[in-house]
Design a protein around this ligand. Sequence first.
Ligand code: TYC
Length: 113
Amino acid sequence: MILDPKMSSDDPKGPEGDGVVVTKTRTRTQRPPMYKVLLLNDDYTPMEFVVHVLERFFGMSHAMAFDIMLTVHKKGVAVVGVFSYEVAETKVAQVMDFSRRHQHPLQCTLEKE
Ligand code: TYC
């Protein structure tokens, strides 16, 4: 068997041979920033309306929506979901528009996580 010294598998320079350098740059994949959507308490918006908003725009069950509504009522604020910026912004706009059209002062905002 004839061995070509350039092809030898235990050649520390590897199969590329003399003078060839292979570099690999590792780039960390950035995860997109996420945004919390917050619902704020007020003295005037009916509880049933808030429950309806949570069911309609955040896909919550009636029980979950009622629970979160009570948390906002008692504590003043609660996170109702965490989304990408575009989705969070859309949810806030939908809630604010729906509340305004029904003449309720319900407030919804977003906050970077
Ligand atoms: N505090 C309101 C009431 O007593 C109910 C309410 C709950 C309003 C949650 C806003 O985000 C809210 N009718």
